[in-house]
Every structure is written in structure tokens, then in C-alpha cells.
Design a protein around this ligand. Structure first.
Ligand code: ATP
Ligand code: MG
Ligand code: FE
Length: 345
């Protein structure tokens, strides 16, 4: 029976229905809907937590009804409910958790709180021909830059983490300092397409020493200095954007290679919002072909936040018999390597 998944950790309300069959991975998505609050927060240049919570309240139940309609299903057809329990904004998380728990209670269904980054990590399994563990996961999003050794579903070892800004955050802040509109990441990537990739060369932070941690805040400062010294023309902005994007992409690629070497694994998955970056996708796919590792991504729309990844992660755990008692509990901070492994048949 399908699992209803709800994502509300930040500024996207996402709902999806997934029917998980381990023998037919990549085929279980029945319907999904998404409402982005980007316009609501644009004037403030960032997500305003209280506004985010209130908007989740307004949008969530209409999206649930719409998703069920699209799948031609009713509440009575559900087999379980999954929701993002963290990490994220506490008020936003509580909206999804309360709604999910209330539905599960009313319908007498099992419910499970999902780790948002496990959702991102498992999103490639919604695609045809999905990778099986073991694999290395590069999770690059608005709040995280992590390399994870995935030995099985739920069996995660964080190999490297960000020491300051996350990759998506670096994109967003760099876009902002060059006067690009919020949210900056995708806008900066579009600018970079028009730029000369050779015009500016920025550092590849922390690649000159061993280790798998990331640091991107120095890169942002480098860009700021270069931008302030420049003529600040349209073309210069595109050139700087291209140089910045190339620095991030190469840094990520170098660390991915290191993680594959260190673990002896030969499969790489890339997920999270920055995984939608076309240069990153192209250069890593190419590196994989050249160097003999396989590379897997979610489709573009499932790189950024969505309900499908939460429904999938929840469906996998519920199918393994995992569910939690009826309390409404969220974890704004929650480390990925504390999750319970899922025994697979
Ligand atoms: P987290 O998952 O860490 O809690 P989040 O949920 O806010 O953070 P996501 O929705 O996964 O993050 O991703 C959003 C981030 O991805 C933003 O920082 C955005 O700028 C970045 N991003 C989206 N598309 C692109 C792109 N094409 N190129 C670079 N960055 C992008
Ligand atoms: Mg978002
Ligand atoms: Fe996210």
C-alpha cells in the first residue's frame, strides 16, 4: 500500500505517494506535488522561519488532497505516513509532523519521521536503474556539504563535512554579493553559462592537504575581492560566476575521487540542491566514465527539496517494520550517522 510523504523542513512544502517494491526500484512514485515559498521570502533575501511555518500550514492539506487526486486514491488507500522530522526549522518541521501524526492517528496507520538528508541521499533510487549500496554519497545542499560512505540503507558513515558554508550556501552568498537576485544558486549557475571559464581562477579550498572536509567561505571572500576590484560589468559578472562555479565543481570532484579511493567503492551518488548544477553533473559523469566509477543523480526536480524523497525513505523504513510511537517529535539538529540501519532481504 502506498506511503504518503510530507516534506516541510524549510521553504518547500512537498507531498508525494510512493509504493515501494524492492524488486522494482525506480518505479514506485505514484504522484507528487510541490509548493515553493521562494517568492514569499525573496524580499527578505532569505528564509523567514515564522513566515515559512505559517505558509506550510496554509499549503499542506490542499497539497495532500491534490496528490491523492492525481494518483486517483483516497486517504483509506494509504498504508503509512512519512514526514521530515529533521534537520530543519523547528516550526516548519512541526507543521509537517503534526499533520502527518494526526492523519496516521485518525486512519490507524503506522508513521515514521524521516531524516531530511537521508531523503536527499535516497532520491536517486526513484530513477530507473538505481544504484545499490555500497556507494559514496556526495550531499550538497543549502545547509550541508557531506561525503558519506553508504554501506547499506541506514548505514551511513560521514567521511567529510563542511567546516563553514555549505556548497549551496556558498552559491547563494556569492550570487548575493554580485547583486544577483534571491535565491542565488540557480541564478549564478545561469550567469556562469555566459561567462569565460578561463577569465578568473579561484582557489580549490582544502584540496592541497589530505582529508575529506570542505570549506567554502574563503572562496566567497576571494570572489568578493575580485568583484570589488573589477569593472562590475555584465560580462565580468558572468566570468566571475563561471570561475567560481568551476572552483566549486572541481573541489567537489577532487574530494569525491578521494572518498571513492579511501573506501574502495566504485559507485558515486550526488544529491541535494547543488546536485541540480549542470556543470557538476556533466563533469562528474565524464570523470566517472574516464576513471571507471558509476555516477548517479536524482532527476533535476528531485535534487532540491521535495516530498518524493521523504515518501521513498519512509516507505523503505516502514516496509522493514520500522515505525515510531504516536508522539509528535522533531529534531532541528540531527546527525546522519546516528540512524538505524535497515535490514534488506
Ligand atoms: P538542506 O537540505 O541542507 O537542509 P535545503 O533543503 O535548503 O538545505 P536544498 O533544497 O536541497 O537545500 O537545495 C537548495 C540549495 O541548492 C540552494 O542553496 C540553491 O542555491 C542550491 N541550488 C539549486 N540549484 C542549483 C544549481 N543549479 N546550481 C547551484 N546551486 C543550486
Ligand atoms: Mg529550499
Ligand atoms: Fe534539502
Amino acid at each position: 500500500k502506498p506511503v504518503l510523504g510530507i516534506e516541510s523542513s524549510c521553504d518547500e512544502t512537498g507531498v508525494a505517494l510512493v509504493s515501494w517494491d524492492p524488486d522494482q526500484p525506480g518505479r514506485g512514485l505514484l504522484a507528487h506535488t510541490l509548493y515553493s515559498q521562494v517568492k514569499l521570502h525573496a524580499d527578505y533575501g532569505g528564509v523567514v522561519p515564522e513566515l515559512a511555518s505559517r505558509d506550510h500550514v496554509r499549503k499542506l492539506m490542499p497539497l495532500v488532497r491534490e496528490t491523492l487526486d492525481r494518483a486517483g486514491l483516497g486517504m483509506r488507500d494509504l498504508g503509512g505516513v512519512a514526514y521530515t522530522a529533521g534537520p530543519g526549522l523547528v516550526g516548519a518541521l512541526l507543521v509537517g509532523a503534526s499533520a502527518a501524526r494526526a492523519m496516521a492517528w485518525a486512519l490507524d496507520l503506522p508513521a515514521i519521521g524521516v531524516h531530511h538528508m537521508e531523503g536527499h541521499l535516497l532520491a536517486p533510487l526513484l530513477e530507473p536503474d538505481p544504484p545499490e549500496p555500497p556507494f559514496v554519497a556526495l550531499l550538497v545542499s543549502g545547509g550541508h556539504s557531506m561525503l558519506v560512505a553508504v554501506r547499506g540503507i541506514g548505514d551511513y558513515e560521514v567521511l567529510g563535512d563542511t567546516l563553514d558554508d555549505a556548497a549551496g550556501e556558498a552559491f547563494d552568498k556569492t550570487a548575493k554579493l554580485m547583486g544577483l537576485p534571491y535565491p542565488g544558486g540557480p541564478v549564478l549557475a545561469a550567469e556562469a553559462l555566459k561567462g569565460d571559464p578561463g577569465a578568473y581562477h579561484f582557489a580549490r579550498p582544502m584540496t592541497d592537504r589530505p582529508g575529506l572536509d570542505f570549506s567554502f567561505s574563503g572562496l566567497k571572500t576571494q570572489v568578493l575581492l575580485a568583484w570589488n576590484k573589477s569593472d562590475r560589468s555584465e560580462q565580468t559578472r558572468a566570468d566571475v560566476a563561471s570561475g567560481f562555479e568551476q572552483a566549486i565543481v572541481e573541489t567537489l570532484a577532487i574530494k569525491c575521487r578521494r572518498a571513492l579511493e579511501a573506501t574502495g567503492m566504485s559507485r558515486l551518488i550526488i544529491a541535494g540542491g547543488v546536485g541540480a548544477n549542470r556543470r557538476l553533473r556533466a563533469q562528474l559523469a565524464e570523470a566517472g566514465e574516464r576513471e571507471g566509477f558509476s555516477v548517479h543523480f536524482p532527476r533535476l526536480e528531485f535534487c532540491t527539496d521535495n516530498g518524493a524523497m521523504i515518501a521513498l525513505a519512509g516507505a523503505i523504513r516502514l516496509a522493514a517494520g520500522q515505525a515510531q510511537g504516536p508522539q509528535i517529535k522533531v529534531q532541528p539538529r540531527w546527525s546522519l550517522d546516528t540512524l538505524d540501519p535497515v535490514a534488506t532481504a
